[in-house]
Design a protein around this ligand. Structure first.
Ligand code: GCU
Length: 655
């Protein structure tokens, strides 16, 4: 059944010339003796055989020419970057040479070759050189041990802690294959809001089983650790990171992990954030806490320490707090500590400017954290392809030593995983593309969204060129459409309380001021928007001068950040000659027509896509069409209750 379970690894049979060519070759993986027993090479060869068999389809009709695929996987010529590969014509023979410095490179090269073949490429002319842009390409699962996934919209957790370690669900292998195919090499298996008992020996045995299963696929396992574990499960009186007993406890705990999982990746920590315990409970700094854990794991692993911190005590601007807490600590973190920073200073909104910490800590390794699950973008029911959003942040020029992609290159990228036990893994067919895109961009941040959309669409849905064109266009326009009908012109955090689904810009009375949409839009009778310039919170001053200069003036700022940084009169004249109010309403209406256009385009694909997935996508688009209108109408009604303005001329009738 075409239920989406195979993801982008369907290897649907080729047709026409591409099929003739492939079917005419008899492909022989040629593995040197010393690699025959290497489990990663075994995975690569099995994938090659499976993929090619499936791409050729039923019967071979044409006569066969022998075509070797030469596995040369201990070759430093490719630059020595772990995971790099080169695929080129075999000199002096019919075939390809797959060259890599390590087995992982040969595995990634194999998947790259299969991707090329899936795209219809003639194997005789494949010529690729590639190396990952950053060492850590991770998924962070927000999966709880009871099977519930925090901010997960694809069903229950895929991790069956109940039956591990005795029973390993076959899905864990399919999951590892999917990740390896896009270069993911690290997985944090549990929620950042961690339960301490997941550090107990009974869980370590489960991790060992998973890590053993994933090792051939080049995936290292990481665990989220609760900072107060020494008290919660260790019987200590304190979790003070400078207390010798606490340090000894973590050291022993780390040793226990490494005895079971010799290549254990390390711990991910959310500390002093949203009620989680942390070093500040003892008047210690983030550096004290992170370095204590870094010492415990030593050169065996990494501590990934999150910068997502804010509290109700700072009333001026939540968006400023992470920078204020972390930047003064630059240079104090141990070498095996990475600070993980969300793409924007708030919280995974449909659009935020890049986080000002990027570039501001030249002596600290920073990693980019993104969210694949779309907590604030309509969950799994709204279509929003996120590659354009991630490229926007990766390509942002920090004004302090390069783009965000360059700043995080020594560390990596993490995506909050959107996997669940739904048949299609991600809650919707198109949400698979976001998992795919996260891996592809972590491997190569310079890949265009268009390229990623096209290659995903071909592998996932159809090779019909017109259909691919249509699908890619839908995907490329989709995120901007969501921005337009939810949070246009730089607005943010207008979602309903708690679950964050649907509009609630009118909520102003929650106890925590910074949880209120009113806190963010600051709309009143005169205007709307958050003044983050010198006359307001001055969050703008956290950016490099060159960046701040570009955003300081409401007349010249990029329109998409206008209300993020400025409070603007409803009647202010914009570049377009229209007032802010007129432009705002126009954005909502444009968002709706873009969703309508997506739905219409998809309807036209009924013949190109299998009926099961065609219907599933169409049903989601119908939901999105309705809910885009819900967002528009609710938002406009609320703004009008404040500004008393009439609907602009030409706009759809008032809600
Ligand atoms: C968001 C999300 C929480 C999550 C938090 C985090 O606020 O709503 O569920 O725990 O981010 O990133 O830690």
């Amino acid at each position: 059944a075409e239920d989406g379970y195979d993801l982008w690894l369907r290897y649907a049979p080729l047709e026409g010339e591409a099929r003739e060519i492939l079917a005419g070759l008899s492909l022989h993986p040629d593995v040197p003796d010393e690699l025959v027993s290497d489990p990663t090479i075994a995975v690569a060869v099995a994938e090659l055989e499976r993929g090619i068999g499936s791409l050729i389809g039923e019967s071979r009709t044409t006569p066969q020419t022998r075509f070797d695929i030469d596995f040369d996987c201990r070759n430093e010529d490719v630059g020595g970057i772990p995971g790099a590969y080169r695929i080129a014509r075999l000199s002096g023979g019919d075939g390809l040479a797959l060259t890599a410095p390590d087995s992982g490179g040969c595995l990634y090269g194999t998947f790259a070759l299969l991707r090329e073949l899936s795209l219809g490429q003639d194997p005789r002319v494949v010529d690729l050189v590639s190396a990952p842009a950053m060492p850590l390409r991770m998924l962070n699962h927000w999966d709880n041990p009871d099977g519930h996934v925090e901010r997960g919209y694809a069903g229950r957790s895929i991790f069956d802690w109940w039956h591990l370690p005795e029973r390993l669900d076959e899905r864990m292998i399919d999951y590892a294959r999917a990740n390896a195919s896009i270069g993911i090499n690290g997985v944090v298996v549990n929620n950042v809001n961690a339960r301490a008992f997941m550090l107990e020996p009974r869980y370590i045995a489960k991790y060992k089983r998973l890590a053993d299963a994933w090792r051939p696929f080049g995936i290292r396992l990481y665990v989220s650790a609760r900072f107060s574990a020494p008290q919660d499960i260790g019987g200590l009186e304190t979790s003070d990171p400078l207390d010798p007993a606490v340090r000894a406890w973590w050291k022993a705990k780390a040793d226990e992990f490494y005895r079971a999982v010799p290549d254990f990746g390390g711990f991910l920590v959310k500390a002093n954030s949203e009620g989680q315990p942390g070093p500040q409970d003892y008047d210690r700094t983030h550096a004290d806490g992170a370095n204590m854990l870094a010492e415990a794991v030593g050169n065996r692993g990494t501590i990934i320490w999150r910068a997502f911190v804010y509290s109700e005590t700072d009333e001026t601007d939540r968006a400023k707090q992470a920078y204020a807490e972390f930047v003064p600590l630059d240079g104090q973190f141990a070498d095996n500590v990475i600070i993980q920073v969300k793409n924007g200073p708030l919280d995974f909104q449909p659009r935020e400017p890049f986080h000002p910490m990027f570039g501001a800590m030249p002596n600290t390794k920073l990693m980019l954290e993104t969210q694949i699950t779309k907590e604030y973008l309509g969950f799994a029911s709204h279509l929003a392809f996120l590659a354009p959003m991630w490229s926007e942040v990766l390509e942002a020029e920090t004004g302090r030593g390069g783009t965000v992609a360059e700043v995080v290159a020594p560390a990596g990228i993490a995506g909050v995983a959107n996997t669940g036990s739904d048949r299609n893994w991600s809650g919707s067919d198109f949400d698979q593309a976001n998992w795919y895109a996260l891996g592809r961009l972590a491997w190569d941040p310079s890949l265009s969204s268009e390229r990623i959309a096209r290659e995903w669409a071909v592998q996932t849905f159809t090779r019909n060129p017109q259909a691919v064109e249509t699908i890619a266009k839908m995907m490329l326009d989709s995120r901007e459409a969501v921005v337009r009908y939810m949070t246009p012109l730089g607005l943010a955090h207008l979602m309903a309380t708690g679950h964050h689904y649907g509009p609630a810009p009118w909520v102003c009375d929650l106890d925590r001021p910074e949880w209120n949409p009113c806190y963010y839009h600051r709309a009143d009778a005169d205007g709307i928007g958050f003044d983050r310039t010198a006359s307001g919170s001055n969050a703008l001053s956290q950016y490099a001068d060159s960046v701040a200069a570009r955003w300081a003036d409401p007349q010249t700022i990029d329109r998409e950040y206008l209300l993020w940084f400025h409070h603007v009169d409803w009647n202010a004249r914009m570049h377009s000659g229209q007032t802010l109010w007129e432009e705002l309403v126009r954005e909502y209406d444009r968002g709706i027509s873009e969703v309508d256009a997506m739905a219409e385009a998809w309807n036209g694909l009924a013949a190109a896509v299998d009926p099961q997935r065609h219907r599933a996508v169409a049903e989601n688009l119908a939901i999105q069409q309705g809910e885009a209108r819900w967002w528009r109408n609710a938002s406009i009604a609320y703004w009008r209750s404040l500004n008393g303005l009439p609907m602009p001329e030409g706009a759809a009738p008032p809600p």
